[in-house]
Design a protein around this ligand. Structure first.
Ligand code: WQD
Length: 338
């Protein structure tokens, strides 16, 4: 299949490019590089030996998107493009609603006008809000998000579900990611956050490589086995393979499915720190600080539906995630060198 990846130069998308190409698909990328580097695509070409057609454009720009769809025939689209920093979304909510919703509405209009009605959407476990029970299942009622970023994902899920009701020719898969970490085994592509990392693993790797002095563990009084927050960390390559499976599924069905992409196993902050130190023989000094507002005790997936519908499950271990994260960071101390 010929597949368009919006936000294709990003962390998860660049890994998905690799897996799609290695599965025999063709990919085209559109990205405005507001949160990514074109270098990541050059390295995907290096890893796969395949050329990638890419467009620098904003998905909100309907004229640009029409030109891209006029010049190419797509069998499916994976919509990664979007602003995704939870904390930032609280301080600039209008930018998040405008960007994430407009880009999706524009994309769907252009897709429909060009007869392309297969869409895989990058959603997030954040739509579950504060879980009342774990593991989280797709049919659980989402009682409300805890930040504007999460609400944009929730609203887009609703928009796409309504689209499918109105036009049953559409095939939509809403992928709810848990906590993606790790990097391609080559060490050539990986997570490259701008500024101080918000998320745990990139913060750990920057401490280990000496860019940051120490990690602050946000709270050790949660209702978990060691008091620190528990999450479902999933290797980004497993996540990427889940997208390949979702595209194959969308090609043979119509309708709308919500699917968790997680491992079903929760690890605490200290589990991650200790595993990272053990696997990589590095030092990660940390202090325990106050809880971060909005954090929950534990959040992890029931992965059964992905196995049943997509024939996909996560295979990489926590050791793989730690080893691959470190290989990327240690061989690219400044990421893609902005
Ligand atoms: C993980 C754990 C923190 C940093 C977020 C988004 C979610 C998704 C994934 C987009 C928590 C603790 C973290 C640090 C710490 N992104 N932590 N010190 O918050 O589970 O999920 O990223 O879809 O939408 O909400 O991930 O990596 O920020 O935190 O102790 O310096 O690590 O308290 O328990 P989170 P995270």
């Amino acid at each position: 299949m010929n597949i368009l990846l919006t936000g294709g130069a990003g962390f998860i998308a660049s890994h998905t490019c690799v897996e799609l190409l290695e599965a025999g698909h063709q990919v085209v990328v559109v990205d405005n590089y507001v949160n990514s580097q074109p270098e990541s695509l050059r390295r995907v070409e290096e890893i796969t030996g395949c050329k990638i057609k890419s467009y620098e454009a904003d998905v909100c720009d309907k004229d640009a998107m029409n030109r891209i769809f006029d010049e190419n025939t797509f069998d499916a689209v994976i919509h990664f493009a979007g602003l995704k920093a939870v904390g930032e979304s609280v301080s600039i909510p209008l930018r998040y609603y405008r960007n994430n919703l407009d880009s999706t509405l524009t994309l769907c209009e252009v897709m429909a006008e060009h007869g392309c009605k297969r869409l895989v959407f990058s959603s997030s476990a954040t739509v579950y809000g504060e879980p009342e029970e774990v593991p989280l299942r797709e049919d659980m009622f989402c009682k409300g998000c805890t930040n504007p970023y999460g609400w944009t994902k929730y609203m887009i899920e609703k928009i796409l579900q309504d689209l499918v009701v109105a036009d049953p020719e559409w095939s939509v898969v809403l992928l709810r990611y848990f906590n993606p970490i790790g990097a391609h085994e080559s060490g050539r592509i990986g997570e490259d956050p701008s500024g101080i990392p918000n998320n745990l693993m990139p913060y750990i790797t920057e401490v280990a490589v000496g860019k940051l002095d120490h990690l602050t563990v946000y709270g050790d009084d949660y209702d978990t086995h060691d008091g620190t927050g528990v999450r479902d960390y999933i290797h980004v390559v497993d996540l990427a393979k889940g997208h390949v499976a979702a595209c194959n599924y969308a090609a043979k069905t119509t309708g709308c499915e919500i699917i968790n992409l997680g491992t079903g196993t929760g690890y605490s902050v200290l589990d991650i720190v200790h595993a990272f130190v053990r696997v990589n023989h590095v030092n990660v000094p940390y202090v325990v600080g106050p809880r971060r507002p909005g954090d929950v005790d534990a959040c992890f997936a029931d992965p059964a539906k992905a196995q049943k519908l997509l024939g996909w499950r996560a295979e990489k271990t926590l050791e793989d995630m730690c080893r691959d994260s470190w290989r990327w960071q240690s061989s690219n101390p400044n990421g893609y060198e902005k």
